[in-house]
Write a protein that binds this ligand. Sequence first.
Ligand code: GRF
Length: 203
Amino acid sequence: LRIGALASGGGTNLQAIIDRCQEGSIDAEIALVISNNPDAGALERARKAGIHCCCIDHRQFPQREDFDRAVVAQLREAGVELVVLAGFMRLISQVFLEAFPGRIMNIHPALLPAFPGLHVQRKALEYGARFSGCTVHFVDGGCDTGPIIIQAVVPVLDDDTEESLSARILQQEHRIYPRAIQLFAEGRLRIEGRRVLVEGPQP
Ligand code: GRF
């Protein structure tokens, strides 16, 4: 399975996927890493791993669709079969969704449908939630609204800060994202309406 990874930040989820691919626990290879942010740590991680990467700066495009067309062209050129958003801070337009229907995944650091959007670890803390976690889902036209593939739960502790909760969630992100990709690589994910059914023995 050829993966295209999109990242805007430090890229720890990207790193987890790189590591799993290189040790062979995911039957996939990362064919291309794209960032919209020239300073993204994710680009450095790709370079260190010898993975082809490029920066497509969204500020150079008048319309979101134009940026997406440029990204899609690079992904197609690299023969990408699954697009993995790993800390990618841009919304995906219809242009992108139509190019990779049912083939774009995202990771969100909360238990969707709770806390979509940004700063969700802080929102969970401020809300007084006793548990939070992370969600891998297929991307649809909304923000963090696509069919859920895998979730992991973590406790929210009384002395948690945004940082300590984020770190606990991130550990689980690095576990469930590679697993979701492996299930896709094995062809075991079936989208039925809003639900994603996992065929074969449960992960
Ligand atoms: C993570 O919390 C992820 O859930 C969110 O972006 C954050 C940064 O991830 N999408 P990374 O360290 O850049 O992979």
